[in-house]
Design a protein around this ligand. Structure first.
Ligand SMILES: *[C@@H]1O[C@H](CO)[C@@H](O)[C@H](O)[C@H]1NC(C)=O
Ligand SMILES: *[C@@H]1O[C@H](CO)[C@@H](O)[C@H](O)[C@H]1NC(C)=O
Ligand SMILES: *[C@@H]1O[C@H](CO)[C@@H](O)[C@H](O)[C@H]1NC(C)=O
Ligand SMILES: *[C@@H]1O[C@H](CO)[C@@H](O)[C@H](O)[C@H]1NC(C)=O
Length: 202
């Protein structure tokens, strides 16, 4: 009877082990709440990309005349595009960086809006860029809270006064290009975070 008991307890162990395996694979199938956030952020970044392109209404040819214009917005974030950067991304650190960058771009876009208003240039694209940046920031803020990470504080940059329409246009061209680069980078980061968080493909 000792033999029967042993094999019964062996079977019981096997059953427990099987159950454990089912549970742990079930945990992998559990979808991170961040996935929904990433899914909402990507279309916002697409909308931001659209409005950044419209920050100036120059044609591609006209834009060539601005290629040599010196870059003056030194307070904009310096974005890293290296493979090493992307391979070492961590969810909390990347979200925190995305948040700081969105906030910084929003401060610059709001400044540009005032500058354009001052010289009577249209401000619609700056306004919608600002709204999209705020929506992106809100989503990142919610995500940071979800993973109990700190929300970084930003200090407002000191930005120049703009006195002519031509100067405002030059700043629009510069900010437009930098925003587009930020959008491409953000999308890459978000896709990477989706993979890191095992978000389902759609
Ligand atoms: C971007 O703009 C184009 C044309 O202006 C429009 O067709 C497209 O739907 C817009 N995309 C987004 C995500 O707003
Ligand atoms: C991110 O999380 C790691 C642990 O998972 C922690 O060591 C690190 O300090 C966090 N970084 C930030 C910016 O919160
Ligand atoms: C960030 O999110 C938290 C919690 O959802 C909220 O209480 C807080 O007001 C938000 N902060 C900003 C700056 O949006
Ligand atoms: C816009 O005009 C106001 C009022 O003259 C001025 O205080 C502000 O500095 C100007 N903003 C920019 C960005 O030039």
């Amino acid at each position: 009877s000792a033999v029967i008991n042993d094999s019964a307890s062996f079977l019981l162990h096997l059953l427990l082990l099987a159950e454990l395996l089912v549970h742990s694979s079930g945990r992998h199938a559990h979808i991170s709440p961040l996935c929904g956030m990433f899914g909402s952020m990507i279309p916002q970044v697409d909308r931001l990309m659209n409005s950044s392109k419209q920050l100036h209404d120059l044609t591609t040819e006209e834009l060539l005349n601005f290629a040599a214009v010196e870059h003056r917005l030194h307070s904009l974030p310096h974005i890293q595009y290296t493979a090493a950067y992307f391979s070492s991304l961590k969810v909390n650190e990347s979200l925190s960086q995305l948040y700081s960058y969105s906030q910084s771009f929003k401060l610059h876009v709001d400044w540009l809006k005032t500058a354009k208003e001052n010289v009577s240039l249209p401000v619609q694209a700056a306004e919608s860029s600002s709204i999209h940046l705020q929506q992106i920031s809100n989503l990142i803020n919610a995500s940071l809270h979800q993973i109990s990470a700190d929300v970084p504080q930003s200090t407002p940059p000191s930005l120049p006064d703009v006195s002519t329409a031509f100067d405002a246009l030059k700043f629009s061209v510069e900010l437009s290009g930098r925003l587009e680069a930020f959008c491409s980078w953000s999308k890459r980061v978000l896709r990477h975070l989706q993979r890191l968080s095992h978000c389902p493909k759609h």
